[in-house]
Each structure stands twice: as structure tokens, then as C-alpha cells.
Design a protein around this ligand. Structure first.
Ligand code: 13P
Ligand code: SF4
Length: 303
């Protein structure tokens, strides 16, 4: 079958089986073309919750599919490729968190959405990269335990010096390896380009950026800008998507290292096979986990 033929079958099957297909902004162009909604983790959470369909397919990584299940336990939620996990979401155990909470009993526990649902049951507030500054800024507590990404945590902390932050020593294995040296090289190669980066990058990288934001915020900024050249400091799929959207502008990867194997592992065929009932995984979570995680995720969406 050709790409076009598989896409046509997916579109036919998703209607027949009442499936809403959600695609994270890091997915492939061919997946975008069959998706009902494309967005960042915050947008996908809201769309998953509000979808009228009986079934959701999350083309992204596991914690995103879990978030959909937590917000809509009555819907069937599918992850088209079961090995699509997020290493950051899995780097901290429930025991690690309980230990940290003992050390910092007066701190509000804020978790990045890139965590397991089990971990979220022990947190006060869930945030995404696009909502973290607003939501943490609105907390009455001045002491924050931010998990698991110290880079996003430091970015949020830089906007509210009156609050005191402690971090877990985690982070995104893709964004965290980008160095100041990578920035120097990219700027030298493209001296007229603006640098747009995700807050999962290290502070030394963030400090050099012209704009810092979540995936969709980076895309919106580049599209609306009068400037013509941009260095993109997040997963390299965004470079290609922006190039499709803005053919009169130029987009360059900050580094070849910014490729997330987990985000790129899902294929059109995984979606097709899941719709045919011969692939993918249906997400199931214990009732206690759903109820426990729903508290901090709902607080994020309603905040
Ligand atoms: P967004 O919140 O920008 O969608 O980021 C999710 C992610 O995994 C970034 O690496
Ligand atoms: Fe996880 Fe990083 Fe991949 Fe995002 S880019 S899904 S944070 S490993």
C-alpha cells in the first residue's frame, strides 16, 4: 500500500470505529494528515477530555495516553506503538518521591506532565511546559518541590524569584545534552537566525534564546515573527513542520542530537494496525490511580 492508501484506510476506519486521533507536535507529517487534533501536551489533554468519540488514539508517548485515560476513564484509549515511552516520565519511582516528600514536608509538590499516572497520585499540581509559569505562579505556597525536570523547574523559578524551589535530578535525555557550545556553533552557522528553545534545555542554553516555550508556542512564534531565519532548540520534527508551514522562511536544527526516538517510533502503519485491532495497546489503569492522578491533572486544566 502507498502512504496515501494507508492514510485513506485510516480515515475510513477512524470514522467507522468512532476514534479520535490525537497527534503530538513531534509526530511525523504523514500522521498529522490523519489526525483530528495536533498539539502540545496541554492541548492534547484538553482535546482528549473534550472529544465526543468513544475511543481515543494517542500518537505521542505513554504518559500522554495515560493522561487521556485519567481524564476520560469511560473512553477506550489506545497507544499505537506500545514502546513509545518517555524516559523522563519513567526516571523517578513512587518511592523516590515519597522519600523527597519526607525531606520537604512543607513544599507543594508540582509535577511535570511527563510523569507516570502513579507518580501523579502523590502530587499537588500537574503542569505542562506551556502552563507551568502561570500555574505555579498562582500557587499560594512559596515552597515548591518540582519534579522530575530541574531545567523546566529552573525556568519557572526564574520568573518568580519570591518562591523557593527544590528539584529532582532528572530531565529529558534529549534536551539536556544540548550545550552552550552547540548554541555557539549554530549561531555561528546562522548569524541572522533567532534561537527558539524548549524549557527542557539547560539554563545555559535557555539564557541564549530569543524565545523559550512549549512546542506549539515555538511554532506560533516562528509563524508570527517578521524574521526569516530560526534555529529550533527542540525535537527536530518541529524544524520540518515549520518548513512546511512557512516555505518562505528558513529553519535549522540547533543540534542533530535533538531527536527523540520515542516520539518518532510511531508509524502510520501502527495507527492502521491499531484501528484494525491487530496492533497497539489499550491503556488500562487501576481505579485508585485514575482517581489519585485526576486531582492534580484536573487542577492543571481548570487552573
Ligand atoms: P510539550 O509540553 O511542549 O508538548 O512537550 C512535551 C515533551 O515531551 C517535550 O519534550
Ligand atoms: Fe520525553 Fe524528552 Fe522525548 Fe519529550 S523529547 S518525549 S521529554 S524523552
Amino acid at each position: 500500500m502507498t502512504v496515501r492508501e494507508v492514510q485513506e484506510e485510516i480515515i475510513r476506519l477512524k470514522k467507522e470505529k468512532d476514534v479520535c486521533i490525537l497527534a503530538h507536535a513531534y509526530q511525523d507529517q504523514s500522521i498529522f494528515e490523519v489526525a483530528d487534533y495536533i498539539g502540545d501536551s496541554f492541548g492534547l489533554s484538553v482535546q482528549g477530555r473534550d472529544a465526543k468519540n468513544e475511543n481515543i488514539m494517542m500518537c505521542g508517548v505513554r504518559f500522554m495516553a495515560e493522561t487521556c485515560k485519567v481524564l476520560s476513564p469511560e473512553k477506550r484509549v489506545f497507544l499505537p506503538n506500545p514502546i513509545a515511552g518517555c524516559p523522563m516520565a519513567e526516571q523517578m519511582s513512587l518511592e523516590d518521591l515519597k522519600e523527597l516528600k519526607k525531606q520537604y514536608p512543607d513544599h507543594a509538590v508540582v509535577c511535570y506532565i511527563n510523569t507516570t499516572s502513579e507518580l501523579k497520585t502523590e502530587c499537588d499540581l500537574c503542569v505542562t511546559s506551556s502552563s507551568a509559569v502561570r500555574l505555579v505562579g498562582g500557587l499560594k505556597e512559596d515552597k515548591i518541590l518540582f519534579i522530575p525536570d530541574p531545567n523546566l523547574g529552573a525556568f519557572v523559578a526564574s520568573k518568580m524569584p519570591e518562591k523557593e524551589f527544590v528539584y529532582y535530578n532528572g530531565g529529558c535525555p534529549r534536551h539536556i545534552i544540548i550545550s552552550h557550545d552547540d548554541v555557539v556553533k549554530a549561531k555561528k552557522a546562522h548569524p541572522d537566525a533567532l534561537l527558539l528553545v524548549h524549557p527542557e534545555c539547560r539554563p545555559e542554553v535557555v539564557k541564549e534564546a530569543d524565545f523559550v516555550g512549549a512546542t506549539t508556542a515555538i511554532m506560533d512564534y516562528a509563524k508570527e515573527s517578521d524574521k526569516k531565519e530560526f534555529i529550533i532548540g527542540t525535537e527536530n520534527s518541529i524544524v520540518e513542520h515549520l518548513q512546511f508551514d512557512c516555505p518562505d522562511k528558513m529553519f535549522y536544527p540547533l543540534s542533530v542530537k535533538l531527536s527523540c526516538m520515542n516520539m518518532r517510533v510511531t508509524t502510520l502503519y501502527d495507527i492502521y494496525n491499531t484501528l484494525r485491532g491487530v496492533g497497539g495497546e489499550e491503556i488500562t489503569l487501576d481505579k485508585d490511580v485514575i482517581e489519585g492522578a485526576a486531582r492534580c491533572i484536573n487542577r492543571m486544566i481548570e487552573g
